[in-house]
Design a protein around this ligand. Structure first.
Ligand code: ARG
Length: 403
């Protein structure tokens, strides 16, 4: 592991990233440490975090609001890709990492750093996403990862911090490990490590329980243009406001909770609780509009590529060539994804109850109808089916399938 002289450290204000500052300086001889804390809509106050880095020994402490690019460049493409890792997890944490990595690299270039650093441990996915993203954007930069190498327990880490004047975290010591941003919250550890123990209500913050959700449901309408959500209930909203509104609506009705066992890149199965109300709602609505506006063959192919896109993003390949090529396919399909989806939110459910598209609907009424306007050529079905079934006729002629 090559060391660096001047390093930009991804900083959250937590114990691990704070201890990284004296550790990099004292143990690894880094001369200058610049920290960067990102606002991704997680609702943390950034000013105390900025100060904390300086107290811990950073030479410069930067904060940046990345909410807008987070939604525009990362969340919206994931909606267009209907991205669900292993068919279920909407990637709320995974989508944030390449953006933070890109920002670290930009800052490193501005300040002339020769390395970047993060506080991820060796067991998780996030280290992979940071390291691979950084390698894709700036292969020359060194990546310093103290928490992967120091081998300290949490208690030892806190004690190490105290030696350099960092007060131990006092208040409400939550047993959970929580990652959050505007798209959702990922919660693990504590009692959740027993996969048979249900998540206690206290772990949730964005969604109501089914019990507390209002019993009367609520109908909503989401409009899409080129696969991007643009309005809710007839009100045009900018991307950030749109996600916030979707979070509030779905959260209020208890939609968007997930309790899964997932497969990490490093081979571990882990149990994670997610709440991603708005993102889950928008993906559901988007899938529905695609079923109306995309042809069957495009849908079938896109479905396979969506799985691959989700795997690539989960596994850290946001900036890779395959993800880039699949984006090209998705972009081409989304030109047609314009229209409205109507849903009913109620007691933990989001049920599709309608969809329409004025220019792109492939639902042709006089083909679909059973009424008098039916224009489908029923007679043609006979010849079609004769040829469609011909392989089986031929097979039957030489086997004993016949009864
Ligand atoms: N398992 C998720 C992922 O890899 C989220 C991990 C977030 N961290 C946490 N402390 N819960 O994207």
């Amino acid at each position: 592991m090559g060391r660096a002289k001047k390093v930009v450290l991804a900083y959250s204000g937590g114990v691990d990233t704070s201890v990284c500052i004296p550790y990099l300086a004292k143990e690894w001889g880094v001369q200058e440490i610049i920290t960067f804390a990102a606002d991704l809509g997680q609702g943390d106050e950034l000013e105390p975090i900025r100060k904390k880095a300086l107290q811990a020994g950073a030479s410069q402490s930067l904060v940046g609001n990345l909410v807008e690019p987070f939604i525009n460049e990362f969340a919206f493409p994931s909606i267009r890709a209907n991205a669900l890792y292993q068919g279920r997890y909407p990637l709320s944490t995974a989508l944030a990492r390449p953006l933070i990595a890109r920002e670290l690299v930009k800052i490193a270039r501005e300040v002339g750093a020769d390395g970047v650093a993060h506080g991820c441990t060796g067991k998780g996915n996030d280290q992979i996403r940071f390291d691979v993203a950084i390698a894709s954007l700036a292969p020359d930069l060194k990546v310093l990862t103290p928490a992967r190498e120091w081998g300290m327990s949490r208690e030892e880490t806190i004690a190490y911090g105290e030696r350099y004047g960092m007060p131990a975290p006092v208040s409400k010591k939550s047993p959970y490990s929580i990652d959050l941003n505007l798209l959702g919250r990922s919660i693990e550890a504590g009692s959740l490590e027993d996969p048979m123990i249900p998540p206690p209500e206290e772990v949730f913050a964005m969604t109501s329980s089914i019990e507390n959700a209002p019993s009367e449901g609520q109908e909503i309408e989401i409009a899409f243009e080129e696969g991007k959500p643009v309005a809710i209930n007839g009100r045009s909203l900018d991307p950030v406001k749109l996600i916030q509104t979707a979070n509030e609506l779905a959260g209020k009705h208890g939609f968007g909770r997930l309790d899964i066992i997932e497969d990490r890149v490093v081979g571990i199965k882990s149990r994670e609780i997610y709440e991603t109300p708005g993102l889950s709602l928008l993906i559901l609505a988007h899938q529905e509009l695609e079923s109306l506006t995309l042809s069957a063959d495009v849908l079938r192919t896109k479905f396979q590529l969506e799985r691959q896109w989700s795997d690539l993003v989960y596994q850290g390949f946001w900036f890779g060539p395959l993800k880039n090529a699949i984006d090209g396919f998705i972009d081409r399909t989304q030109v047609h994804v314009n229209g409205l989806v109507k849903l009913k939110l109620q007691k933990g459910n989001a049920k599709i109850i309608g969809r329409s598209s004025s220019n792109n609907s492939l639902y042709i009424p006089n083909m679909a109808t059973y009424g008098k306007d039916d224009k489908f050529e029923h007679k043609s079905a006979e010849g079609f089916i004769y040829i469609w079934g011909l392989p089986n006729r031929l097979w039957a002629s030489i086997t004993n399938n016949k009864i």
